[in-house]
Design a binder for this molecule. Sequence first.
Ligand SMILES: Cc1cc2nc3c(=O)[nH]c(=O)nc-3n(C[C@H](O)[C@H](O)[C@H](O)COP(=O)(O)OP(=O)(O)OC[C@H]3O[C@@H](n4cnc5c(N)ncnc54)[C@H](O)[C@@H]3O)c2cc1C
Length: 402
Amino acid sequence: MISIRNPFTAEVAVIGGGPAGLVSAIALAAAGADTLLIAPPAEPDHRTTALLAGSVTALETLGAWEACRPHAAPLEKIRIVDDTRRLLRAPEVSFEAAEIGLAAFGHNIENRHLIAALETRAVELNLSRIASPALAVTSDAAGVTIKHAGGEARVRLAIGADGRRSLCRAVAGIAMQRRTYPQTALTLNLAHARSHDGISTEFHTEGGPFTLVPLPGLRSSLVCVLDPAHAAELLAMNDSALSAEIERRAHSLLGRMSAEPGRGVFPLAVETAEAFARGRIALVGEAAHVVPPIGAQGLNLGLRDGATIAEIVADARRQHLDVGAPEVLARYDTQRRADATSRTIAVDLLNRSLLTDFFPAQGVRGLSLYLVDRIGPLRRAVMREGVAPIASQPRLMRGEMV
Ligand SMILES: Cc1cc2nc3c(=O)[nH]c(=O)nc-3n(C[C@H](O)[C@H](O)[C@H](O)COP(=O)(O)OP(=O)(O)OC[C@H]3O[C@@H](n4cnc5c(N)ncnc54)[C@H](O)[C@@H]3O)c2cc1C
């Protein structure tokens, strides 16, 4: 009798163990796919993520939210304050989650807690993991081969969740469209004297948004977008001088502030892959799109990528299709491109309207915010679209298993 050896180690491999990769791997495993995670242990990450309601629902559905909950602060209200000194200033606008029947727009959590919760869930699900990086990836008509320190894995579909300098993207021959901004985001977490009351406050300045987002207790995370020279000045300050400067920029809204260790600096750029999948490789998270940290879009898009690929793989398996087949990947490409492009354009327009000295553009921004403030149905439509885009709600984001 002739024995035919199965050449595949697993059906799908997820390469990269950041939040987008972990969610993708957990969702694929939940979809019944034989999944291998190829990911070295996560590096320290002091960033926080405002997870919008759909992302929280997806994490609940995947059984990862309970471990996140104690570390996450609800975002009940968002305030936008025009802090420019321009002649045409926008009115202050605030949005309350209760207006669209939600307890919170989402929750803010430190990435280290989110990653720890996802890693715990992956272990609970017995997800196979190779805890070292992919050294080389090659794709052919029948599958993808991934070399790692311990040997080789062969799969039908590889998910590139390997971040903004993605090896998987390079191997698939997918180019990135990239635009840089003359701005840098300085990030840190801080303690403060007064309660944030679940309100995220965004001061719009000529240099970019200065955003305080609640963390549990008397703590918030800060994303301060400004020109690189000012960012360098702030970075050079010691903790007490920096704390006083942030308090000044926040108009003492939360009282005395105290910056915690772990400052991050991120030059602002927008990057979009010209395709989301090719040659048995699908890209998720920052491997596919980098969005400036304005309006909490980046990882929320990344989690929708993971939820979508899991859903498409689940459907393909039900139809006994090859999960890496071109028609399966074409469906993923179409579904994700529209969502990522529209979010990127929205963030870009908002950011440009702040930077511009062009008077009519300032007027349009002011008028838009005025209309959103005054017209109830428009307000609610903007809020709903911000939390859960109508055109892209994978099943997990609706609380349904893939
Ligand atoms: C200042 C700032 C604030 C932000 N705030 C928000 C927010 O409020 N809300 C929001 O939705 N988004 C936010 N974002 C965006 C969000 O942080 C990113 O979208 C998210 O972290 C990207 O996750 P990822 O898993 O795609 O990539 P990463 O976190 O970069 O993970 C990639 C992983 O791949 C691994 N890797 C790389 N190469 C290999 C290899 N060859 N083999 C195996 N593994 C490999 C790396 O080790 C890493 O663990 C913010 C971003 C910034 C910069």
